[in-house]
Design a protein around this ligand. Structure first.
Ligand code: KG4
Ligand code: ZN
Length: 348
């Protein structure tokens, strides 16, 4: 399976094999990040992203095919992320996949980007359904019950900012670079997490939802109050912010696992995905939480947590194995909630 990812600021292509036993093998996985092209703007600029995808996608696909020593004629399917994401980039990836599918008469699989994050754990680790997914990226913060291929139930979501977005906005406010998550984490290591009393939004609510814009505002007010900021102030703000996020995730995931267990029984694992899952503080709290609950924790390696082609190829392979393919007139989608994927699979 060839997988193509172009929904945000990574252009990626990969070849993945799914053996008859359902185990996955990554034959190649090429990712080109556009971070440098967006850094000056402090965030992803959609038009720049779309143009950058056009420039390199053909070359990346050729590289992925060469590294996997794979010919187009030996592919069983072409998978592309058809959304959700920045529409210009999605069009580039999906149209390219359609062209290859048409020319080589190979099935097209239009993959939901969130579904791909959700299924990655089955590529890296042997895990059966159902499991609980915690997806924390620059665009999404969701707790999902993954019950099968094409069977997802959204348990919790963010009301406003995504976690990665909150890290990025905090970094921007403090004059740190983009993407902000790694910078905030680096400075937080030398800061005092207790210096600023930041809120833990939604704490103790039964519904496992998130709200992070109030935390961001509280941080801004503290920063304005003590400005101009010394290096120590910045480190303490980063540490206090990260601690508030970690405490919030702990509380919200505990609520999420409770709701999961009530509705579907004990999950076979808690799976983390998305760029924010690279954060060490967050990984520690996931470990604490799952140890206490007696649940297996799966955190795929960072290169498979962030956006990549292998996750798209793998989701394509899982869908193809379930007999789910797509027509060449499938539309690219800026918005595409996971719940509607479930309906499509049930009909298909
Ligand atoms: O999944 P991802 O690569 O792209 C999408 O958003 O789809 O996630 C990127 C996000 C950015 O917001 C980035 O700041 C955040 O993940 N991130 C982190 C860390 N590494 C990346 N956030 C906190 N700590 C990190 N170490
Ligand atoms: Zn993503």
């Amino acid at each position: 399976m060839l997988g193509i990812e172009t929904t945000c600021d990574e252009t990626a292509a990969a070849i993945v094999e799914r053996d008859p036993g359902g185990r996955g093998h990554i034959l190649s996985n090429v990712v080109l990040s556009q971070t440098d092209e967006h850094a000056a703007f402090g965030g992803v600029v959609p038009e720049i992203a779309a143009r950058a995808h056009v420039e390199v996608l053909d070359l990346l696909i050729a590289q992925a095919m060469a590294e996997a020593q794979c010919a187009f004629s030996s592919l069983d399917g072409i998978a592309a992320a058809a959304g959700p994401g920045l529409i210009g980039g999605v069009i580039v990836g999906l149209t390219t996949a359609k062209a290859i599918s048409l020319v080589h008469r190979t099935p097209l699989i239009a993959v939901n980007h969130l579904e791909a994050h959700a299924l990655t754990a089955r590529l890296t680790d042997e895990v059966d359904f159902p499991y609980c997914l915690f997806l924390a990226s620059g665009g999404h913060t969701q707790i999902v019950a993954v019950r099968g291929v094409g069977d997802y139930v959204l348990l919790g979501n963010t009301m406003d900012d995504a976690i990665g977005e909150a890290f990025d906005k905090t970094a921007k406010l403090l004059g740190l670079g983009y993407p902000g998550g790694p910078q905030v984490e680096r400075l937080a290591r030398h800061g005092d997490p207790n210096r600023f009393a930041l809120p833990r939004p939604m704490q103790h609510r039964r519904e496992p939802d998130f709200s992070l814009s109030g935390l961001k505002t509280a941080l801004r007010l503290e920063a304005e109050r003590i400005a101009p900021l010394s290096d120590r102030d910045v480190a303490d703000l980063c540490a206090s912010f990260q601690q508030a996020i970690v405490d919030t995730v702990h509380d919200r995931l505990r609520a999420g696992l409770r709701v999961f267990t009530d509705r579907f029984g004990q999950p076979n694992a808690l799976v983390a995905a998305g760029g924010v899952a690279a954060n060490q503080g967050l990984r520690r709290v996931l470990r604490t939480l799952t140890d206490k609950a007696g649940i297996r924790l799966i955190v795929p390696p960072p290169e498979l947590c962030t956006d990549n082609g292998a996750m798209i190829a793998w989701a394509g392979a899982e869908r193809l194995a379930a007999g789910l393919t797509d027509a060449l007139d499938t539309a690219p989608r800026a918005r595409w909630p996971l719940a509607t994927v479930t309906h499509a699979a049930a009909r298909g």
